[in-house]
Write a protein that binds this ligand. Structure first.
Ligand code: ZN
Length: 243
């Protein structure tokens, strides 16, 4: 099986469409898994939801999706994120809200686990920034591979049979026998690693390869849309910086 792994679209239609266009040049895949945060920050939550619902399954909720549904307290978010969540909650179609309400925080498929933030207490939305965070994630995860989003930074964490963890940043990673992996494909709609291109991954379960791909998209149009609907201008500007 070959899986496309998508995360953190955040209502950025221009980025999502460019990713799907790019995938037409790849060998056929068997499925699309989505790691959450369809909503928040961007100006086009409804068109993004329509596309994601058509192509993706399994699907897990992100903290911004959870915030829009009123399930995570908005005091958790910074001012701009909160404003975008409130705007999204008033503009999201009911059908998408009902769909999201039925989605889980953790899912399993084809030998891998999916969770937005960390497999340790997924509803606490922890970031995996330190060695200790990574250790806790490996302790809590089930199975050999767990895909995560949330940080918007592409990263492969590899744990050897003795429990030592390495952070790998190369584009293509061969998954070794007897090792375990926590893998972040990066963000489609708001990359934060200084590279403004949309980021996503392809996991080939037979060849045991995970690949991170980057795609340029019309950042100016995504930023223009954010300003047009009246969301905070910082949300438009940060797209150009990949921050
Ligand atoms: Zn996010």
């Amino acid at each position: 099986m070959r899986w496309v792994i998508l995360s953190d679209v955040h209502g950025n239609l221009q980025a999502l469409e460019s990713v799907l266009e790019r995938l037409k040049k790849e060998d056929p895949v068997d499925g699309y898994a989505f790691l959450g945060d369809a909503l928040g920050y961007g100006a086009d939550p409804n068109p993004c939801m329509e596309i994601l619902r058509e192509v993706c399954g399994p699907w897990v909720l992100g903290n911004h999706d959870h915030g829009v549904l009123g399930l995570t307290d908005l005091s958790y978010f910074n001012l701009e994120a909160r404003e975008a969540i409130q705007w999204c909650a008033s503009n999201l179609d009911f059908s998408h809200r009902i769909f999201l309400e039925s989605q889980p925080l953790v899912a399993k498929r084809d030998g891998f686990q999916l969770v937005h933030a960390s497999p340790r207490c997924p509803e606490e939305w922890d970031y995996l920034f330190t060695y200790r965070d990574a250790q806790e994630a490996f302790e809590a995860m089930e199975g050999e591979i767990c895909f995560v989003g949330h940080s918007h930074i592409p990263l492969v964490l590899q744990q050897d049979p003795e429990g030592n963890i390495l952070a790998l940043r190369q584009e293509e990673v061969e998954l070794l026998p007897d090792h375990r992996y926590v893998i972040n494909p990066g963000s489609i709609g708001q990359p934060r690693d200084g590279d403004c291109r949309a980021s996503f991954g392809i996991y080939d379960a037979e060849r045991r390869i995970f690949r991170t791909l980057r795609v340029t998209y019309d950042v100016s149009e995504a930023a223009r849309r954010i300003l047009k609907v009246g969301l905070p201008s910082s949300l438009a500007h940060r797209l150009f910086w990949g921050s």
